[in-house]
Design a protein around this ligand. Structure first.
Ligand SMILES: [Zn+2]
Length: 120
């Protein structure tokens, strides 16, 4: 099981499986947050946090909400809006063990412009 958390530990996440590929995106939001991102069906990642301990950021076409820790500021994940189980759900792999991150192939995605992978 892969468990991760924000820097202060207020938000804890457990992945349902081992990711093999992650995405590094250059859109206006992701280039600031970092990542890389791994994706799962919404509802399959165990997320433990006091609702008071997190805040959200919603922008643009309002198709997702980005969640971060109110204490340490780390962005942990994003959830689809509306929050429908099974929809795409992003987790910031930077909150996990560096040994896991090192095993994952990170692909560069041009979210800023073409919406295509730009690494091949
Ligand atoms: Zn925190």
């Amino acid at each position: 099981m892969h468990e991760g958390s924000c820097h202060c530990g207020a938000v804890r996440m457990t992945l349902p499986s081992t990711p093999e590929v992650a995405t590094a995106c250059n859109c206006s939001k992701c280039r600031r947050i970092g990542g890389p991102w791994v994706y799962f069906e919404f509802g399959s990642v165990k997320i433990e946090a006091d609702p008071e301990s997190t805040a959200e950021y919603i922008w643009g076409d309002r198709t997702l909400r980005t969640i971060f820790c109110r204490t340490c500021g780390c962005v942990t994940h994003w959830e689809p809006l509306p929050p429908t189980p099974g929809r795409k759900h992003g987790v910031n792999l930077g909150n996990f063990d560096p040994k896991l991150i090192a095993t994952v192939r990170v692909r560069r995605f041009d979210g800023a412009d073409t919406w295509k992978f730009i690494d091949e």
